[in-house]
Ligand binder design. Structure first.
Ligand code: F6P
Length: 360
């Protein structure tokens, strides 16, 4: 048995379904196989920034019934880069040393960070600066973390978006409308292309392929000519508008976020075709809910493997899902290889093979 250790675990960045499955697996593996202590750090690195650090001991009992729960029992945040942390007076402060101090105060031997590419890059920078022993686990509905075929949360988001298309199908047909579904994914079109194919969309627009509104409208006309008086469009939030702009909206706190391409497209399609259009913005519904069996399965496999990496003292690694196996890669490489949709890859070929319009 490896030496006794106290390990920390935190979830960072936007939440998604399957995070609790990972936490449960980490605790079970660490306690059952190695007899270690696990501390759950509250709200990403924010829990380490405060004095005393905010963390709770996680026993097998404590994580017993969380497998099917959405969200994260530890809380998370996608705000407040610790290297340029926004302070109450409006200034930005480097608070990295406070986080490193928090890790030391908790007496951690190692830490598991569950995050997307942005969070993992920040955690790695902290680990390098402070000599922290870090293992990363990829999660994000966007599925854009490099060197892993799957990140936690993606499958559930695709299921949700597919179900939305299934529902829109019937109402589109009943009313002879063009239904537009705007989905998340940040700069990558993974959710849109996967759910679009699975949900039988007629038009799929992703940031990786520039679209021409005339092609989109030609597809709608073509369907009409073949007796199909409705169309289903799925569009990823970072697809650029006709003016080559990413569409954003400002929230009540003055922060700018992606959104609005669905409405823009709806107006364009209506103008060019005269079709009646409706827009559904799926939003955070994609992030919440009960995790799919695949997210639970991969999350559990990732959690077990991450603990085993710590037992082997293999740090600065990220667990990955490759060819039906959990493997590990240097965290640095995973961060460097951003995973966008391959415009020449299988899914794009499949969509084209099915006569789905990709806008080009
Ligand atoms: O990265 C996950 C994600 O859900 C993106 O797809 C989306 O653009 C963003 O987070 C939304 O962030 P917020 O929760 O801050 O609205």
């Amino acid at each position: 048995m490896a030496d006794h250790k106290r390990i920390g675990i935190l979830t960072s960045g936007g939440d998604c379904a399957g995070l609790n499955a990972v936490i449960r697996a980490v605790v079970n593996r660490a306690v059952r196989a190695y007899g270690w202590e696990v501390l759950g750090i509250h709200q990403a690195t924010h829990g380490l920034m405060v004095d005393p650090p905010e963390a709770l001991p996680l026993s097998i009992r404590r994580v017993e019934s969380i497998l099917t729960h959405g969200g994260t029992m530890l809380g998370t945040t996608n705000k407040g880069n610790p290297f340029a942390f926004p302070m109450a007076d409006g200034s930005l402060r480097d608070r990295s040393e406070e986080i490193i101090a928090g890790y030391r105060k908790l007496g951690l031997d190692a830490m598991i960070g569950i995050g997307g590419d942005g969070s993992l890059a920040i955690l790695r920078k902290l680990a390098q600066q402070g000599g922290l022993n870090l293992v990363g686990i990829p999660k994000t509905i966007d599925n854009d973390v490099g060197l892993t075929e799957r990140a936690i949360g993606f499958d559930t988001a695709v299921n949700t978006a597919t179900e939305a298309l299934d529902r829109l199908h019937f109402t589109a047909a009943s009313h002879s409308r063009v239904m537009i579904l705007e989905v998340m994914g940040r700069d990558a079109g993974h959710i849109a292309i996967s759910a679009g194919i699975a949900g039988g969309a007629d038009i799929i627009l992703i940031p990786e392929i520039a679209y021409d509104i005339e092609r989109v409208c030609a597809k709608i006309h073509d369907r009409e000519e073949h007796g199909k008086n409705y169309s289903l469009v799925i569009v990823a939030e970072a697809v650029k508008s006709a003016g080559n702009q990413v569409m954003t909206q400002t929230d009540g706190l003055g922060e700018c976020r992606l959104g609005g391409i669905g409405q823009h497209l709806s107006e364009q399609i209506c103008k060019h075709t005269g079709a009646e259009t409706r827009v559904t913005v799926l939003g955070h519904v994609q992030r919440g809910g009960v995790p799919s069996p695949l997210d639970r399965l991969i999350g559990t496999a990732f959690g077990v493997a991450a603990v085993d990496l710590i037992a082997e003292e293999k740090y600065d690694q990220m667990v990955t899902w490759q060819q039906r196996e959990v493997r590990s890669v240097p965290l640095e490489d995973a961060i460097r290889h951003y995973a966008a949709v391959n415009p020449l890859g299988t899914l794009v070929k499949t969509a084209r093979g099915m006569g789905i319009c990709l806008g080009d």
